[in-house]
Design a protein around this ligand. Structure first.
Ligand code: P61
Length: 459
C-alpha cells in the first residue's frame, strides 16, 4: 500500500502550472514589495497560501452548477441549499453569505450592542478578530497550554482552556461577554481539532452564564473526523452523527464554505432556533450581502455548496485529505524541522521562531521564511504570526504573537503526494541555510488586516 492513503478520486481536468527560475522569482518578489499576497499566482509553482476556495470541485458539483436558479428571491437553489444545511446542522434558520467574513460582518455586530464587550474564543482567526474589533469588542484567546508545546503529542491541541474561559467570564462579568466562539478546527493553533468533551464543557459554561456559543466551523468535517479517530466512543459513529452532536452544543454556526464546503466561493449563517435574532440577521444581510435567499452568491454557487457540504463529510475523502497533511508534516519532522505536532487538518505549521531565532518578532521571522521558500522553489506559504496579528488598538504597539508560523495549507483534491515531496525538499533546503534569512520592516503599513497589502523591505 505504500506509506500514504490512496486517493479516492482520479484527475479529470488539469490546470498547467509552471516552474520559474530563481532570477525570475527574485524579480517577482521585489515587484511585490516582498509580500507574497502581491505576487501573481502564475509566478507560483505550488500554491499553499491557503486551503480556502482553492480546492477542486467534483463532477457532481460541476453538474450541479448548471442547475442554478438565478432568481433574485426564493430561488430553487436556495431551498436545496437550505435543506442540506438544515439536515446537517438540525438548525432552523439558514442564510447564505458570500464567504465566511460575510457571515461575520452580519452576525458579530448584532451580538455587540454596546461598547466594552468581549468575545472569548479558543482562538480567533484573523478575519473573526478583525470583525470583533470592528464591532467595538475585544477578542480574548483561551486555547489550552498544550498547544504551545509543539513537540509533544496531544490529540486535541485546539481545545479551549475551560478554566481560563471561566476566569475571564468572572473577571469581565457575563453580561459583557458578547459570545464564545469555538473555531473548529482551530486554525491559528495549527488546524488542531477540538474534542467533543471540550465542546460539551464549553457549551455547559455558555449555558450557565447565558452567553451565546458560536461555532466558527469552516473545517467542522475535518474536526469531526479527528474526533472519530481520536476520541473514545466515537469510533463507530459517522461523520454526520459526530457533526450533528457538535452542532447540538452550539447556538449559531458561521461557516466559510470555501474550506469543508468544497467550493471556490460561499459561506453561511445557521441559527439554531432564535427567531428574533434570525430576523435581525436577515435585515443586516440585505444591507451587506444581498437578499437573504442568495446572500451575495449566484444560484449556481448555492447548488455547488449544497453538494460540496455533503462531499466534505465523506470518510474516504477525509481520510485521504488528512493523510496528505500528515505526509508532509512527517517528512518535515523527520528532517528536524520544528512543526506543530501532531499536524492538524488543513496545513502544516512550521515554527519560524525556532528556525530564525536571530529575527525579532517585529521583524516578522515567518514572513521572511515564507519569502525564502518562495525564492527557493516557487512554493507559496503564508505567515500566521505577528505580521498578521497587527497592532494593539489601545497602545498602537505591534502585538507579539505566541507563534510565528509559516503555514503550508494544502488545497483539497488539488496536489499529489509528488508535489508534497517537492515542498518538503524545498523547506529542508532553506532550513539548511537558515542563518542567512533576514528580517523585514514596513515600507507601507495599512491600518487593518495589514498583511494583505503591506509593502515590506529588508533591513
Ligand atoms: C485561511 F491569508 N480562512 O485559513 P473567508 N474562520 C476561519 C477561517 O479559517 C477563515 C474565515 C473564518 C482562510 C482564508 C484567509 O489572512 C487571511 O471565507 C476559521 O475567508 O471570509 C478563513 O472566511 C474567514 C487567508 C483569511 C488569509 C485571511 O486561509
Amino acid at each position: 500500500m505504500g506509506n500514504f492513503v490512496a486517493p479516492p478520486y482520479r484527475i479529470k481536468m488539469v490546470e498547467p502550472i509552471k516552474q520559474t527560475t530563481r532570477k525570475e522569482r527574485e524579480k517577482y518578489l521585489k515587484e511585490a514589495y516582498n509580500n507574497l499576497f502581491l505576487i501573481p499566482s502564475e509566478a507560483v509553482y505550488i500554491d499553499l497560501l491557503t486551503d480556502s476556495g482553492t480546492g477542486a470541485m467534483s463532477h457532481f458539483q460541476w453538474a450541479a452548477l448548471m442547475q442554478g436558479d438565478e432568481a433574485y428571491a426564493g430561488s430553487r437553489s436556495f431551498y436545496r441549499f437550505e435543506k442540506t444545511v438544515k439536515s446537517i446542522t438540525g438548525y432552523q434558520y439558514i442564510i447564505p453569505t458570500h464567504q465566511g467574513r460575510g457571515a461575520e460582518q452580519v452576525v458579530l455586530p448584532l451580538l455587540t450592542p454596546r461598547s466594552g464587550m468581549y468575545f472569548i474564543s479558543n482562538m480567533h482567526f484573523d478575519t473573526t478578530r478583525a470583525h470583533v474589533e470592528l464591532a467595538g469588542a475585544r477578542a480574548i484567546d483561551c486555547v489550552i497550554d498544550a498547544c504551545f508545546d509543539i513537540d509533544t503529542y496531544h490529540p486535541f491541541k485546539g481545545n479551549m482552556d475551560v478554566e481560563k474561559c471561566l476566569a475571564y467570564i468572572k473577571k469581565y462579568k457575563a453580561d459583557n461577554i458578547a459570545g464564545i466562539i469555538m473555531t473548529l478546527t482551530n486554525n491559528s493553533a495549527g488546524g488542531e481539532p477540538v474534542s467533543m468533551k471540550n465542546l460539551r464543557a464549553v457549551s455547559a459554561l455558555a449555558k450557565k452564564y447565558h452567553i451565546p456559543l458560536i461555532m466558527d466551523g469552516a473545517r467542522f468535517a475535518e474536526n469531526a473526523f479527528f474526533i472519530k479517530q481520536r476520541e473514545a466512543g466515537y469510533e463507530q459513529k459517522s461523520i454526520r452523527e459526530i457533526a450533528r452532536e457538535m452542532f447540538d452544543y452550539t447556538d449559531i454556526f458561521l461557516m466559510s464554505a470555501k474550506k469543508d464546503g468544497l467550493v471556490n466561493i460561499g459561506g453561511l449563517i445557521a441559527i439554531k432556533n432564535d427567531t428574533a435574532f434570525f430576523q435581525t440577521c436577515q435585515v443586516r444581510t440585505v444591507a451587506y450581502e444581498g437578499f437573504p435567499t442568495y446572500g451575495g452568491l449566484a444560484g449556481r454557487d448555492l447548488e455547488a455548496m449544497a453538494v460540496g457540504l455533503k462531499e466534505g463529510m465523506n470518510e474516504h475523502y477525509l481520510r485521504h485529505r488528512l493523510d496528505q497533511v500528515r505526509y508532509l508534516a512527517e517528512k518535515l519532522k523527520h528532517a528536524g524541522i520544528p512543526i506543530q505536532y501532531p499536524s492538524g487538518g488543513h496545513a502544516v505549521f512550521v515554527d519560524c521562531k525556532r528556525i530564525c531565532p536571530h529575527i525579532p518578532f517585529d521583524r516578522f521571522p515567518a514572513q521572511s521564511v515564507c519569502n525564502a521558500l518562495y525564492l527557493e522553489a516557487g512554493v507559496r506559504g503564508v505567515e500566521i504570526g505577528s505580521m498578521l496579528l497587527g497592532r494593539d488598538p489601545e497602545t498602537g504597539q505591534n502585538i507579539e504573537s505566541p507563534f510565528e508560523w509559516m503555514r503550508l495549507a494544502i488545497p483539497r483534491r488539488t496536489y499529489t503526494y509528488a508535489h508534497l515531496d517537492i515542498v518538503a525538499q524545498a523547506v529542508i533546503s532553506i532550513y539548511e541555510k537558515r542563518e542567512k534569512i533576514k528580517g523585514l520592516i514596513f515600507e507601507y503599513e495599512p491600518p487593518v488586516l495589514r498583511h494583505f497589502t503591506a509593502r515590506m523591505k529588508y533591513e
